[in-house]
Design a binder for this molecule. Sequence first.
Ligand code: PLP
Length: 390
Amino acid sequence: MEKVVVNNYGSFDVTFVKAKGSTMWDINKKKYIDFIAGIGVNCLGHNYKPLVKAIAKQAKKQIHISNYFFSDVGICYSLDLLEQTGFDRAFFGNSGAEANEAAIKLARKYGFLNGGAKRNTIVTLESSFHGRTLATLTATGQDKFHPDCFAPYPVGFKTIKANDFESLKGAFDDTTAALFMECIQGEGGVNVIDKEWAQAAAKAARDAGAIVMCDEVQTGIGRTGTFLASDALEINPEVVTLAKGIAGGIPMGACLFRGKAKDVFVAGDHQSTFAGNPLACSAAEIVLAVVNNEDFLKDVVNKGDYIRNIIKSWDLPIVKDVKGKGLMIGTQIVDTIKPFDIEVKCLEEGLCTTTAGKDVVRFLPPLTISYDEIDEGLKIYKKVLESFCK
Ligand code: PLP
């Protein structure tokens, strides 16, 4: 593969050929339990029949039409999504970074309309991750994502420390357009943002005339046990961005607006060719119907607690903490062991995991994962962690 694609992922030498539920098989028929769901994307698992059927049905009707026109499935999905999330308007894109670019542009325009050209700063959090485009990289509060080779980076971003009340002092003023934050930092290490701090930060931002925007690309679509993680923080953001699980594996992103952010964009302000096409919307409609259900979300909470409690019960000396919420799970490992080495060993043993931050092994399994698959995956995980304790 390295001969045909740019070598920018450092992919493992594993080629998958089929999958069902939270189990995948490679080209050599080796079985793997999937604890990462394509980095939090396959929220309904693999080969989820109603999703497959909906996509096939829509493909026969119409795959794409452009945003010069409306589609029946696009209208229905937008109405359902907005009604169920309590937002007023949606912009659709194709990825998390694209959804976040829309949010950043909207914040800039909001600032311009409500304070002039000087109100353009977007405040983000240390250890955050917002994407790989230049603006979203700059918004990302981790120096390792800002190498000199990609400079110059866009201006108008500043970071503050999460969960630190001191950091709020003087953080927002008449140059601030928006506070932009993840509700749980995924790539940064599965760092949970305290509700009290999030509410204080949101208030401080709004007192200074800024809006509040949540990057729910990873935390949204039921991942943490509420459809939106910001619902649990009770900060009522004016903007929420979504992607990853939104269409169960079909590329899609969304930026939702309400209140002061509702009417900021007008025709021509922001566009995208593929965005919200009928195929993606048909998949997203199934995901919304399945995931935004009280019993389903309760199950996500229970399965997440089950996994965290089991890992804690092993009481292994190399595990410092087990973090996260719902099915966003991080095992913090002692500094002497690289989480990547654990990821590699897990893969060898038939378990797909990923890492986060500098010391965390991260799980983002399909939300539909069965307890049998969880137990099978955890059996492998325990064996691997124990091998690092010797
Ligand atoms: N924002 C967050 C919180 C993410 O976790 C990610 C991806 O991991 C992104 C944005 C970027 O999403 P994408 O890779 O779809 O552009």
